[in-house]
Design a protein around this ligand. Structure first.
Ligand code: RB5
Length: 149
């Protein structure tokens, strides 16, 4: 059972095709999905879409988001510059699960040129099904967020 009923997703041109597959997967699980773009395979700039997605989380409208670019790296770098965002660039479902459990990550990033749709779906499942564990991890996340000050 997913910990959220709706999720926000974004990509650049490199992540566009994989994003369509992930949107279909999320919808098949019964989640409401907001796509903040890009809406075609025309070349574009990933920070623009990272910013649009992070604003949806910063406003409180969404708890979790997914960003896809070629490597996942540019998207995670951009998202982690936005206040309140904890973005994790992952390539395996173990990391996608643990970044929720230990880091309370609110954005999952991955690279369409790095992993295939099967691994991407497994990571998304791990991410949306895992609650933050709190406890000893809460202090560490608080320390992490203090770095924004
Ligand atoms: C676009 O060619 C590519 O640079 C972008 O998708 C991403 O991988 C950046 O980190």
């Amino acid at each position: 059972m997913a910990i959220v009923q709706k999720i926000v997703i974004g990509s650049d041109h490199a992540g566009y095709d994989l994003k369509q597959e992930i949107i279909a997967h999320l919808k098949s699980l019964g989640l409401e999905v907001l796509d903040v773009g890009t809406y075609s395979k025309d070349s574009c700039h990933y920070p623009e879409f990272a910013k649009a997605l992070c604003q949806k989380i910063q406003s409180g409208e969404f708890k979790l988001g997914i960003l896809i670019c070629g490597t996942g790296i540019g998207m995670s770098m951009a998202a982690n510059k936005c206040r309140g965002i904890r973005a994790a660039c992952c390539s395996d479902s173990y990391s996608a699960r643990l970044t929720r459990e230990h880091n309370d990550a609110n954005v999952l990033c991955f690279g369409a040129r790095v992993i295939g749709p099967g691994t991407a779906e497994d990571m998304v499942d791990a991410f949306i099904n895992t609650e933050f564990a709190g406890g000893r991890h809460q202090l560490r996340v608080d320390m992490l967020m203090d770095l924004e000050k």
